[in-house]
Design a protein around this ligand. Structure first.
Ligand code: RB5
Length: 146
């Protein structure tokens, strides 16, 4: 299980990011907060890129990206070449890790309430990748995308 979690948001995800930082610290994780730290309107790809760069550079890190819907963060991270999953319930979070080895959890603050979001986060962090046939399938993502 990764103990270092890299987080980023835009203005639309900042409240939930603050809740996550507090919870992660209480749960014993190291937190790297890539911003923003104020509610001024900002552009989600710029913060997604900071998190993706750190997650791609270190296998031991997982990431969390939060915007209003989660959509823009998910699109940016996947386009940058890291498996990122937009999750709206715990089952999706579990499968994103166990079957897809997602490295980044994406959420929409305007979509998912804080209690459910925390449960999704906990499930994502505590679920291990299943390997085996799932490794073959995620390898095939890169093969077919060429
Ligand atoms: C910002 O208004 C909003 O577009 C952004 O947070 C996100 O939902 C984009 O996907």
């Amino acid at each position: 299980m990764s103990k270092t979690i890299v987080l980023g948001s835009d203005h639309g995800g900042l409240n939930l990011k603050k809740v996550f930082v507090k919870a992660l610290e209480e749960w014993g994780y190291s937190v790297e907060d890539e911003g923003p730290d104020c509610f001024d309107s900002c552009d989600y790809p710029l913060f997604a890129a900071k998190v993706v760069d750190k997650v791609k550079a270190d296998d031991g890190k997982l990431g969390v990206l939060i915007c209003g819907t989660g959509q823009g963060m998910t699109m940016t991270a996947n386009r940058m070449g890291v498996r990122a999953a937009l999750c709206t319930n715990e089952f999706l979070a579990e499968m994103a890790r166990e079957h897809n080895d997602a490295r980044i959890l994406c959420l929409g603050e305007r979509v998912t309430g804080q209690g459910l979001a925390l449960a999704i986060l906990k499930t994502f962090l505590e679920t291990e990748f299943g390997g085996d046939r799932h490794q073959r399938r995620i390898d095939l993502i890169d093969t077919v995308a060429k």
